[in-house]
Design a protein around this ligand. Sequence first.
Ligand SMILES: *Cc1c(COP(=O)(O)O)cnc(C)c1O
Length: 359
Amino acid sequence: MRVYNFSAGPAVLPEEVLKEAADEMLDYNGTGMSVMEMSHRSKAYDEIIKTAEKDLREIMNIPDNYKVLFLQGGASQQFAAVPMNLMKNKKAAYIVTGQWAKKAYQEAKIYGEAVEVASSADKTFSYIPDCSDLDIPDDADYVYICENNTIYGTKFKELPNTKGKTLVADVSSCFLSEPVDVTKYGVIYGGVQKNVGPAGVVIAIIREDLITDDVLPGTPTMLKWKTQADNDSLYNTPPCYGIYICGKVFKWIKKMGGLEAMKAHNEKKAKILYDFLDESKMFKGTVRPEDRSLMNVPFVTGNEELDAKFVKEAKAAGFENLKGHRTVGGMRASIYNAMPIEGVEKLVAFMKKFEEENG
Ligand SMILES: *Cc1c(COP(=O)(O)O)cnc(C)c1O
């Protein structure tokens, strides 16, 4: 029996994608082998990676002057790759809205002057600061955001005013959850294990003029975006199987109606949970309402023992991974694209029952 998996990542994937992959496990498309066993230089694999890129371009409406790279090292490795590739003036502006943004900011400090231009640390990252008129240094090479804060459950509903600087966004936990205007960004990147595929793949969408040989001295060949771009993500062996699964998820999204349909589906799901949190006397959302994420929903009872009891009973009832991040406590329901609406409806019914029994 499959559970309802509310994990923040690695996370739930569409069941039909998993079934298809299972069907193709021993013999992919008449090749007589699994995709795991296949040369990344083979004709069959070439078609897998090219089709994945084509479908992603179509779903996100990615303009021709952007490259799509399939990389490794997790989103965390891009925390270093971003300054290595972009810090020509050795200066960048960081908006610190949670732990992942903070880690990126700290990593950037190794390579140059990273300036914190806004932060929501004063209220445990429970909101997105006003970024309409920030003091961005004139010589900053870029402005950096973590667009959806996986741990704290906040999301930028409006992109910051970068004052003309290149915007770099970590979208790990909101990738493909709604339509985006790619032209507003210089770099969009994310680990796929939250909303797109299995751990091991990072997708980076980078405007071509930002992909150059002019990188910081000492930048490893593998971390230079140009190496990857010039070789169509096949400079070395890519995470072949992970990219194949991502490709299947792109097909699934297309079949479901694309990113507009994903957004409608995600808004509907999130509303069920947030509406309940707003009316419940026991459970409370922790995020300022206007900044709430559609993907990650943290909540608390205000009583640690009760939180622990809830998590335990929820698990026994088939709702997995609801324990909040260790730095926030309480609970967190991650309700990515592949979480069916019934999963959220049943969770809310379970929460209501728990409230009646324990209120
Ligand atoms: C999970 C996550 C990361 C870290 O991803 P890794 O692939 O484990 O390095 C970075 N940023 C955000 C927003 C995340 O949710």
